[in-house]
Structures are given as C-alpha cells and as structure tokens.
Design a protein around this ligand. Structure first.
Ligand code: SF4
Length: 335
C-alpha cells in the first residue's frame, strides 16, 4: 500500500489488517500530513514491530527536487521528480498576507492550449492524490512556513483527473489543515465534471479558463474546450454557483491582438450577465517559440474598464516570476 494519499480512515483499516491497533493509523496520518516525513523509519512513536511491518508491506513515496529557480519577486519554481522518474512543476508564491502553492495534477496535459508551454507534451499520466499532496508538503518544507492557499493551476487539467484531485482536496483540508475556502481548482471547462464537483459539497473556489468570448476563438486557443460550448459551460457555472453558493472565478488570459479588443470585452459582458462571478484578467506571460504576445497596459486597462462599467468585479493577476519562466511547463521543457 502507498501511505501518502491515504486518509486516516484508510490508514486505520490498514493497521487493523496488519493486526495492529487502529489508532496507529491516526498516528501515521500525523507523521505523513502534519510532520511531512519522507521515510517510514522517521515515525518515531510507532512500535518497532509496526515500523518493520510497514517497511515490508507499504511504501512512502516522496518527490525529489531536481531544479529550483527563484525570481526577483520571491516566486520559487520547483521541478520535482516522482518515484517513476516523471517530472512535474510546482510553484510557491509568497504574498504579504498568504503563502500560495500552485500544483500540477497531471504529467503533461491533453488540453493542447495554443499559448501553453506544456501543450506539446500531450498527456503522459495522471498524478495520484498522494503525488498532489506531496507537492504542498515539499513546498511547505522548502519555505519553512505553512502554506495557506493552494491553486490547482499547474500543468494538467484537474477535472480530467477528477477522483484524485477531489481526494487530494479532502486530504489537504482534513489532514494537512488547509481551509477549503483557500483552495481553488481551475478547469478549461469540463462540463460534466463541473456539475459533479458541485455535488461534492466542498467549499472550494472553481476557476474556469474562458480566454475567449466566442466558441470559434476558444476552440482555436483551447482545442479540448471545443467539446464544451460556451453557453452550456456558463449554464454549468451558474448551476455550480446555485448549488454551492460560491462565486465562480472566470479566468481570461489577454493575448495581444487575439482576444483583447473592447468589442470582445463587450461580448464577454453579455455572456456573463446575471452570473455570480468575478473575472480574473491575466496579461499573457510570453513563452519562447510561441507567437503570442502580452497586450500593452492601456489595452488591458480598456478591456478591464468595459467589464467594470457593466458592474463585473475584476481582479488582475499581477505577473510574477517572469524571469524564471513561470508559465506552466517552461521549467520542465528546459530540462
Ligand atoms: S494551459 Fe493548462 S490546461 Fe492548457 S495545455 Fe497548458 S497545462 Fe493544459
């Protein structure tokens, strides 16, 4: 059995299978998720007999840091190697009032976004719940401080690894101790999974990457999204808000001359009319060898003003970590 990724209940059951008292399962969970140990032998309050049984019947897989870069603004990007040798990226973003971890959910990605450094890789495999939680534990150990917020915005489409992502959210919330309200799961808009997620009764934030106000452009920018028409997607977002009472975040990456005109802003306003949402504008972080460019500041401001004049709450993600190739997949591709 792989210990990292198991819930306390599963660990209690496992201990019983090993003919040990169930309460040992809670102790193991404490070592895994509160202390973040890397080896079974470090679980100092377990009897030696249980340590040897665990060493015989279980594994504890932690990633290994193979590269790290730090930007001038303090953003730290890590390339982590998993037990099978695959590599993923995780990013640590310090703010004045919080410490955020951005985690990957898959090795590679099937979404094929035209502007993404990871798109050319295709999907290699899903990450397990333990491999997702490992990223937070690893970043937390590196920073020496508690991570307060987690965003599922690294490489991969989280809702195409649904079971493991939802399990990892519950582990972070119940075992690691990160409030569900401080966790954001981002998707390109996998409609059936958005509807399913609404039923999970998690108080997380759902972020939907729209990036275009019409289906044709959206299909060009995010090929996988071509399967999910905008009107149906926004209906699913409204259903998500109604079921959970949570505001949906609409992510809109601004690409110069592609999706950043005032007319396109107006179309976005029409689409979002009456919806419980806020819009996060993200001026593009250019990727080497891709033709897309970041719009000029005045263009971003004009786009923003159209939304705000329509009463939409707009946030703007300030570009961080530019000088360490912070767009997803760039570190992995450079190694
Ligand atoms: S932007 Fe995200 S969803 Fe799109 S290809 Fe890259 S990793 Fe996948």
């Amino acid at each position: 059995m792989e210990l990292l990724g198991a819930t306390t209940t599963e660990l209690r059951e496992f201990c019983e299978e090993l003919n040990c008292p169930a309460f040992r399962g809670k102790q193991i969970a404490g070592w895994l998720y509160k202390k973040g140990v890397s080896h079974i032998d470090e679980m100092a309050n377990l009897p030696k007999s249980l340590i040897s049984k665990l060493n015989e019947t279980a594994t504890l897989s932690r990633s290994r840091i193979v590269a790290e870069t730090t930007a001038s603004d303090g953003v730290r990007k890590f390339l982590l190697e998993l037990a099978d040798g695959e590599r993923i990226e995780s990013v640590l973003l310090p703010y004045s009032d919080r410490l955020t971890a951005c985690v990957s959910t898959q090795v590679g990605c099937a979404a094929g976004c035209a502007f993404c450094a990871s798109a050319g890789l295709g999907l290699i495999r899903n990450l397990s719940a333990g491999e997702i939680v490992d990223q937070i534990l690893t970043l937390q150990a590196q920073s020496g401080e508690r991570i307060t917020n987690v965003v599922y915005m690294g490489v991969g489409e989280p809702l195409l690894n649904y079971g493991n992502v939802v399990k990892s959210v519950r582990l972070l919330n119940e075992e690691v101790g990160i409030s569900a309200r401080q966790i954001t799961v981002s998707t390109i808009g996998v409609i059936p999974r958005i509807l399913k997620l609404a039923e999970e009764k998690l108080q997380i934030t759902l972020a939907v990457s729209l990036h275009a106000p019409d289906d044709e452009l959206r299909g060009n920018l995010i090929p996988l999204a071509g399967k999910y028409p905008l009107r149906e997607l926004l209906r699913a977002c409204r259903a998500y808000s109604e079921t959970t009472g949570r505001r949906v975040t609409i992510e809109y990456m601004l690409l110069a001359g592609v999706n950043d005109s005032p007319h396109q802003a107006q179309r976005l306003v029409s689409l979002l009319k009456g919806m419980l949402c806020n819009v996060n504008l993200i001026p593009y972080n250019p990727v080497p060898n891709l033709a897309y460019k970041r719009p000029e500041t005045k263009r971003v401001t004009a786009f923003r003003e159209v939304l705000e004049q329509a009463g939409i709450t707009v946030t703007q993600r300030f570009e961080r970590g530019d000088n360490i190739a912070a767009a997803c997949g760039q570190l992995r591709r450079s190694r």
